[in-house]
Design a protein around this ligand. Sequence first.
Ligand code: NAD
Ligand code: GLY
Length: 377
Amino acid sequence: MAERTFKMATLNVELRKIVDDSYEIEIGHGLSQQLLHDLEAGLIDPVKRIAVITDETVSPLYGEPLCDALVVEGYQADLFVFPAGEQNKTREMKARIEDAMLTAGYRRDCCILAVGGGVVTDLAGFVAGTFGRGVPFINYATTLLAAADASVGGKTAVDTPLATNLIGLFHQPKKVYLDLDTWRTLPKRELVSGMAETIKHACIADEEFFEFLEEYLEHILALEEAPCEFMTERNCEIKYQVVMQDERESGLRETLNLGHTVGRAIETVSGYRLLHGEAVAIGLVAEAHLSHRLGLLPEAEVKRMTTLLSRTGLPTQIPDYIDREELIKKLYTDKKVRNGRVRFVLQDAIGSVVRFDENVYATPVEEETVRKVLEEI
Ligand code: NAD
Ligand code: GLY
């Protein structure tokens, strides 16, 4: 028999993809009928099973009514409810929701409807990204913070004991509903917390929007329709303009992190005594001081930012119970750390962040400089 010769082969698996993840953001008042109409019109066709994921506070207000309405319309829908609060945005809670869905018979042919604030949309979006290797999801945002930021852009995640949002994936929703009527049941502190991400957007991209916030702050906090609608629209525009250019945060999207390098660290070190927006507000002030110390941002602009945040009812100083050294250490859990150095997004004006190089929007800052700023505020 002739001797066989074996040759190692190199196989080429060609999997170039063109993906269309486009979606609509609907801003309005009482959008449950619109959601039902969109489903009827084929938003998630051919899926008929919908897992409504919400938290214990939002469930009786909006989760249950939406779930009931879906059942009336002929969908197979079930509620999956977890305890409210940042401390529940964990891998363990994700596993519990997944197990509950599996036990209830959910498989790949389902859609997830996230009803709630940023904790719900982040967690439910992450469940959707991995359940059955990925199922579609819809965000129905019920907080100002989720409307301003969390429900748009496709970042989903959970927190770990080390820091927030360390484990997650990019998974874009099929549609986002921003129901401004839901803000009426929000506790004042939560409403105010949501304003921090709004002020962040103005600081990054739009001085006129900042002026609008200065002028209409009291009207917004009183939930007057027109200013709230305008603010929500402008928030979305600023955010999706960035996301459309840099979905995976290879450069420009880092600008949306303004205030978050310090903010996320404070949020974790506070043990979640501070709400996300409150921590971001302190982070915005700290990083504005940093920009000033580095000769980029005039002091008057730092004052103007601090004044608006403070008028909103947001904290602008690091609380005494935060250990400054622990805070410095926590900065190194930031995703912008490169080669062991913490990098910051910096402003040169209200409405403008510094571009350090082509597609580079964050820069390393000496730890000593950061320490001085954190001692100052
Ligand atoms: P949240 O979801 O915890 O909501 C705040 C509180 O308000 C909760 O207790 C909730 O039960 C309650 N609530 C929600 N809607 C309500 C309503 N209409 N009426 C009464 N109570 C209501 O938190 P949040 O402030 O909405 O969002 C913060 C989270 O968002 C953080 O985890 C943060 O990391 C995340 N986030 C994500 C992104 C992103 O791009 N994915 C961006 C910004 C923030
Ligand atoms: N909230 C920051 C981002 O979406 O990138």
